[in-house]
Design a protein around this ligand. Sequence first.
Ligand code: THR
Ligand code: THR
Lengths: 159, 159
Amino acid sequence: ERQKISGIAYSADEAKITVVGLDDKPGIAAVMFEALAHDNVNVDMIVQSASTDASRTDITFSVAAGDADKALAVIDSVKDKLPYQRVDAASNIAKISIIGTAMRTQAGIANKMFASLAEKGVNLQVISTSEIKISVLIDSAYTELAVRTLHDAFELHEA
Amino acid sequence: ERQKISGIAYSADEAKITVVGLDDKPGIAAVMFEALAHDNVNVDMIVQSASTDASRTDITFSVAAGDADKALAVIDSVKDKLPYQRVDAASNIAKISIIGTAMRTQAGIANKMFASLAEKGVNLQVISTSEIKISVLIDSAYTELAVRTLHDAFELHEA
Ligand SMILES: C[C@@H](O)[C@H](N)C(=O)O
Ligand SMILES: C[C@@H](O)[C@H](N)C(=O)O
């Protein structure tokens, strides 16, 4: 498959917030993002993998590090409408993305991205993909190393 | 915020596979997608939310329904290199996406999408976003209802 990566993007000043133990029923995600939208919290990534316990699941979202406290306050304020077990937050987070044209088969490109970061000991905390992009959240201490590693792995020469 | 949605996309014939209880350490995701790439399994979405148990997490990915058995066989074949607790699979899955221009503040647009689907009783099984797209996996029985609901909510007139 001809390499179809056109660039690497990153943002080093993010926070990730995970709301743990939400009821997995219609309307729960809507309550959460209605509250965040109402208070003008700028949400970047939203990620929910499939629930592994029949009735509960977790949602992770990312915000600019400066918005973390505000986002946590909003989630706390809707606890009566949005029962959850706890909220985890971390603010030394970076988002690293590889951008390409239609990556019909993600597995090959994802493997290359994940393997090259793994070789450098970078742990993938969150993963999210679309047809033209694969994004991961990592510890922001690894930002430069990760970006340089991916430039090399995908043979992109920094301008 | 001026509505910036340009369209709704959907694919009704997908399967979701969740590998539960993976070690949350560097290299694990690479092993998984190397094996899938090696066997030419066409992976569409890849989603991992933040781990809520210090050392384990789950990864969900989607494939065409016809590839589900092959993907499961691949995951089973690497169990010695990729310790996990179990694999969940479901094949009556549809992917529904709203596509827009830079959705800087996802929360407002996500809220509208999630709330309109919730009103119709549609449960969101998986969520994944990028700057220009929000995708959800739902029970494929709701495909037409979901697409029509979103066309109405975002005032898009079907051609
Ligand atoms: C957890 C949450 O996404 C729920 N499944 C919903 O539809 O809102
Ligand atoms: C779970 C998996 O993503 C692991 N954190 C890794 O980096 O490979």
